[in-house]
Design a protein around this ligand. Structure first.
Ligand code: FAD
Length: 334
């Protein structure tokens, strides 16, 4: 097949609270990895209202060009509208690859866009590379995270993929980097809009930002009870970190679901991850194994969590945690 007219990598930039979301900077990092091998340009696509002030930052994190579609109608994410706009941009710029973050919106958008462009899309890849024919190799987890699969989209272009949060590193920011900003004026037909966003209601627990936390203290079933779980909250607070949890803890109702780390929870990559009374099931570790430094406390010396830990403490969490809490308090007071 002749794919010669398809060139360059399009990156869809998500905006949250008028800022570029962390995952979009990671996707730009992943695009840089591919572009350095394929010699392609990275074209970021920014859709929204009053967004021009964000373009310098996007360039400083690796985009060569930023295409802006700035209009009152594009203020809030709307799947129908954003798909239509992105389709028009993809048809005009004919990229070889389109990358998005594997957020709820990114996943919705990638699937719908793939149908419109009659191509394939891959969801939630945690690694990407290029094969000798120029196809992106997308690595994804299957069967509950127990198997990793490599996939390629070899019969159509563009190749579309959403990338897992925290799986890719953003590149070092270069504020001197120059890039081109192209303002596109795209009008879409009213008929194509089937849904209307009336209001965005924030989650009650919006303060739980596991994905961006630098320190996470997670308690597992080994904590024994909701009362004992207070130790996790206390240590997290003292360290300026966030509370994480395994699924059984959520099911027991000790903390709300927004704290869950793992395959069916949040994928995290903090600088420090402290796992207390966590066995280390693959469905949990697949969500935290990108952490920079892992400390695990478990009474079972054969617990799998020790395989991903930098420091392992074999012992009772209910004895170890009060000691740690006291030591941190002393350090803070000194
Ligand atoms: C489709 C699917 C999706 C899933 N998604 C997720 C997910 O997103 N996140 C997730 O976490 N799980 C998920 N799970 C569940 C997962 O398989 C495990 O069951 C779960 O992670 C185990 O949680 P845990 O480590 O808290 O409990 P357990 O496996 O029961 O481990 C408790 C650990 O605590 C230790 N312990 C007990 N008492 C003490 C003590 N006093 N001091 C020190 N250590 C002690 C024990 O030795 C044990 O290792 C999923 C499962 C499926 C099938």
């Amino acid at each position: 097949m002749d794919f010669s007219k398809f060139k360059n990598i399009l990156v869809f930039i998500e905006i949250a609270d008028s800022k570029i979301s962390k995952i979009s900077l990671e996707v730009l990092g992943a695009a840089n990895k591919i572009a350095s091998k394929t010699n392609e340009e990275i074209i970021a696509v920014l859709i929204g209202k009053n967004i021009k002030n964000l373009t310098d930052e996007i360039i400083s994190f690796g985009a060569n060009k930023v295409v802006t579609i700035d209009s009152d109608e594009y203020d809030k994410f709307n799947l129908d509208i954003y798909t239509e706009v992105l389709q028009k941009i993809a048809e005009k710029y004919t990229p070889s690859t389109i990358l998005l973050g594997a957020t709820q919106n990114g996943k919705d958008l990638s699937g719908k866009l793939a149908v419109r462009l009659k191509t394939g899309s891959v969801t939630d890849a945690f690694n990407i590379d290029i094969d000798d024919k120029g196809n992106v190799i997308w690595t994804c987890a299957a069967y509950g995270g127990t198997v990793f699969t490599d996939m390629t989209i070899d019969n159509s272009r563009p190749q579309i993929g959403s990338l897992r949060s925290s799986a890719f590193k953003k590149i070092e920011q270069d504020t001197n980097k120059k890039g081109e900003v192209i303002a596109e004026d795209i009008k879409i037909s009213i008929d194509s809009i089937k849904t209307k966003v009336i209001e965005i209601v924030k989650e009650i627990s919006e303060s739980v930002n596991l994905e961006e936390a630098e320190i996470i203290v997670t308690g597992g079933r080994g904590m024994g009870s909701a009362e004992n779980y207070e130790l996790i909250k206390e240590l997290a607070k003292l360290l300026g970190g966030v509370v994480g949890a395994t699924r059984p803890v959520i099911e027991a109702g000790w903390v709300p679901r927004v704290h869950q780390v793992g395959q069916s929870g949040k994928i995290v990559a903090p600088k420090l991850y402290i796992a207390c009374g966590v066995s280390g099931a693959v469905q949990h570790t697949s969500g935290m194994s990108n952490s920079d430094y892992v400390v695990a406390i478990n009474k079972d010396e054969d617990a799998p969590i020790f395989e991903v830990a930098d420091i392992g403490i074999v012992g009772n969490v209910l004895e170890a945690l009060p000691v740690m809490i006291n030591e941190v308090k002393k350090l803070k007071e000194s």
